[in-house]
Write a protein that binds this ligand. Structure first.
Ligand SMILES: O=C(O)CCC(=O)C(=O)O
Length: 265
């Protein structure tokens, strides 16, 4: 689908149908509709443009990881009731914000994201490893500018995805490890093209990647990551990190320390 064709998309969707939830459970991903209005997206895009313009020299825009620790304004999006209602349909009523990350690939030299699973990346930090990522298209995201791709059903092969990585060139890629090719059947990969304001979801064990952005258009996605409140977070492996109980109650028997959601947003 061309970039021009994908620009228009439908009304805001705030419900997950039983068929969509079943598809997600079976395939480990779901392409969803528009989750934020055009006005909400215009404000977010302006904010992200300013964040990118303010990056220090040498800092790549693909690497704007955990920006909400410093930028309370982002909680408007991360805690939006429409988002939490949709997340609740997948993980239940007790919802913790695990993390967030802007991955903005500039036009022309945007870096690839190697094949990986998030579960392998986060390692021992979470127990059990149950995270759903809402990938929000800040810009249109197409095969031309490096949309995310998934291998349907790969979340069922978590032992493959844990151990079988090899090094790739970090100068060309967002990070330096990739699932070995014998564990990825590229012929099964699904391209998840989105218009701005639309989103897709993926499971922590779903194999995914994205190509470099050699097109003339930026491709920025905001990964918004949530987990059910029975998941235990073990601090230490990821440096300074905060988690936030957004809805419902703690179910991890007091193990987790939750940071209060900032009020001044
Ligand atoms: O934005 C991309 O292309 C990859 C995103 C990703 O790796 C993730 O959401 O876990």
């Amino acid at each position: 689908m061309s970039i021009d064709v994908i620009q228009e998309s439908g009304p805001v969707v705030d419900r997950v149908s039983p068929e969509q939830a079943a598809f997600y459970r079976e395939n480990g991903y779901l392409k969803f509709g528009r989750i934020f209005t055009r006005e909400e997206m215009a404000a977010l895009k302006e904010h992200v443009d300013a964040m990118i313009a303010a990056l220090p020299p040498g800092k790549r825009p693909e690497a704007m990881d955990r920006p909400h620790f410093e930028d309370p304004w982002l909680f408007r999006y991360l805690t939006h009731p429409r988002v939490l209602d949709v997340i609740e349909a997948f993980i239940g009523p007790d919802i913790v914000l695990w993390s967030s990350h802007f991955i903005a690939k500039p036009g022309g030299d945007g870096r690839a994201v190697p094949w990986h699973t998030d579960g392998a990346y986060w390692g021992q930090a979470l127990e059990p490893m149950e995270v759903i990522t809402l990938w929000l298209a800040v810009d249109e995201s197409t095969t031309e500018n490096g949309c995310m791709r998934v291998i349907p059903g790969s979340h069922k092969n978590r032992s493959d995805s844990l151990r079988n990585y090899e090094a790739v060139d970090h100068d060309q890629n967002v990070f330096g490890q990739e699932l070995r090719p014998e564990f990825i059947d590229e012929s099964k990969a699904v391209n998840l093209e989105l218009a701005p304001g639309e989103c897709h979801f993926h499971d922590a064990w779903t194999a995914h990647n994205s190509a470099p952005n050699l097109s003339g258009k930026r491709r920025c996605g905001y990964t918004m990551r949530y987990m059910p409140a029975h998941v235990r977070y073990h601090p230490g492996t990821l440096g300074e990190h905060h988690i936030y109980l957004l809805r419902g109650q703690d179910r991890a028997d007091g193990h987790n320390v939750y940071t209060p959601v900032p009020g001044n947003r």
